[in-house]
Design a protein around this ligand. Sequence first.
Ligand code: AKG
Length: 296
Amino acid sequence: MTEVERYLFDLRGYLVVKNALTPTQVADLSERLEKHRTEAQRLSGSDRPRYPGGESAAFSAKSLIEWGGTYVDLIDLPAIAPYLQTLIGTNYRLDHDYIKIDSAAHAAKLFLHGGGQGAGGATDLVGPTDGGQCYYRYSNGKFYNGLVAVGFELDTVPPGAGGFACVPGSHKVNFQLPADWKISETQDDLPECVHRVEAEAGDAIIFTEACAHGTVPWEGDGERRTIFYKYCPHAVAWSPCYYNADGYGKLSERQRGMLMPPSAFGYHEYSRKAWEKVQTDQAELGRRHSEPAKPG
Ligand SMILES: O=C(O)CCC(=O)C(=O)O
């Protein structure tokens, strides 16, 4: 991360990494998405745990990583890893992923959420449980972030169409977002402090969840398809479910480490053993449940 990028992230709470994905990677992500896409899957990923097949792996969520190819590579993308390392520190983990598709048929209103130091307030998405996990700070020469989101754009968003927006600087604010600024039904209602962020296909928007942010109501012709991978320090957890690194084919040791469930020790031999035991116990429980009941 350059000095200018560090300055801008500290100032605004987000950065745009131009061409984080190659055209080939965008095409692969897009092709796999279209192959798996159904109306019911407009929002897929581990952010929204569902167990349609009664999966037996302990605490494991469905994930975009199951789609393979570049979805696996996104876990630890060389173009993004140095940013995550600077913003979170060593041993960070992937907490959850999801995909979002904005179109005329799915033009949600802007719902600003997040906010450092509890600035999201009691009515924020994580307000009632905010024990400080939605944090941002810079001290002793280091960034500290409770959750860093990476949004990979598969489509160029023309000016005025919609896309990512935030209140720059709100990751450091000490007052709650005025309640009537939280929701904007249309683009005409956007509060003046909301900043729209432009991005083209292949760009990544990196933002701290501590910055009040959301999606501008879609008013464009086509679609905006955005893939989110969200990372946090190893001791923090946001999703109620974890990844099971055994479920996605061959992964690098670094990728496996990033998919480990949370613990203060990071990807450590002890935590790995504990997780393997949970998986084994869960599989045994599943086996016993599937046995026919014994008479009497
Ligand atoms: O549409 C966007 O880029 C923002 C998505 C968002 O608000 C979130 O992932 O928390």
